[in-house]
Design a protein around this ligand. Structure first.
Ligand SMILES: [Mn+2]
Length: 308
């Protein structure tokens, strides 16, 4: 099969829901195997790399106020060269056993960075399945954590996700994609860890989303999504785009969003996304949810645009 054929084949695969969303692996596998899909994706990256997209990246982390655990339980990373970003949320329940799950989350993300660099150095592109596996098997401390890692390849965002962290994509300040969460029960997400009750990297959901220049990706932990509705993020995006005439700083945006979520988390009476979900699950809960809040923002641009 020639490279052009592979690219055409790839385009056929991706055009079944062209405008915005791409589905989980199992839907894609109806059309082709994931391996073929990935191979085609990598070919496309090579063919179109000169006219691809890049993300400007920025992050903001607001750990919960706790003198004993100033780092909180979330962790995140940005690999700009590799156009890859990740978040993890150490599961708080470990505290009853004297374990700081934040340590698990931090090590998982640190190991993910090493794996991302390695993939990029030896293969020129990042296989997220391998990154997640390697990060997981190298993380030996006790604890467990959700994880969501996203990479941009040509015009496709590729993600692996375990648990209730996730990402949203906004176009013209409107939500066009929201990643699904994995949970066993209300507030009980799938989680990577070394204990018998934890999950392994094979449980990860794999997602593919087509993006365009100007799109904004917001990756976060549940501390963000439990306290802030997409419509509230849209308001911030609208305001900022207007103010800066299209040139938005990702760090600034991440801190504005995190600040808003933090404010909401202290509201004792709001029907927050968390309160809404609690109600649906049969719990009587009102107000925001105090939690560590991690926000990573990626602003998608044409590769030749100024990326400073
Ligand atoms: Mn959390």
């Amino acid at each position: 099969m020639s490279t052009q054929d592979k690219v055409d084949d790839y385009n056929n695969i991706m055009s079944f829901d062209d405008e915005r969303i791409f589905k989980k692996r199992r839907i894609i596998s109806k059309q082709t195997s994931t391996e073929t899909f990935k191979q085609n994706l990598d070919d496309k990256v090579q063919v179109f790399s000169s006219q691809g997209l890049k993300m400007k990246l920025g992050t903001c982390y607001v750990p919960k106020d706790n003198e004993l655990k100033p780092l909180g339980e979330d962790a995140c990373f940005i690999c700009y060269e590799e156009q890859t970003l990740g978040v993890a949320d150490g599961v708080g329940g470990w505290v009853d056993m004297g374990v700081d799950a934040g340590e698990y989350a931090r090590q998982l993300m640190a190991n993910a960075i090493v794996a991302v660099h390695k993939e990029h150095m030896f293969k020129g592109s990042v296989d997220l399945g391998k990154v997640l596996h390697e990060a997981y098997f190298r993380t030996k401390v006790e604890g467990s954590s959700t994880a969501c890692i996203v990479t941009l390849k040509a015009d496709i965002l590729h993600a692996v996700n375990v648990g209730d962290s996730g990402f949203m994509v906004f176009r013209d300040a409107k939500l066009v994609y929201q990643s699904p969460i994995q949970q066993r029960d209300f507030n009980y997400p799938y989680q990577l860890g070394n204990s018998k009750t934890s999950d392994g990297p094979d449980m990860a959901m794999e997602l593919f989303v087509r993006v365009k220049a100007g799109d904004i990706v917001v990756l976060g932990t549940d501390g963000l999504f439990d306290n802030m509705y997409p419509t509230e993020m849209e308001e911030i995006l609208k305001r900022e785009t207007k103010k800066r005439e299209g040139s938005i700083c990702p760090e600034k945006l991440a801190s504005l969003i995190a600040g808003y979520a933090l404010y909401n988390s202290f509201d004792k009476f709001a029907l927050s996304p968390f309160a809404k979900a609690a109600k649906k699950a049969g719990f009587n809960y009102i107000g925001g949810k105090e939690d560590d809040i991690t926000v990573v923002v990626g602003i998608i641009q044409n590769q030749e645009a100024d990326l400073k």
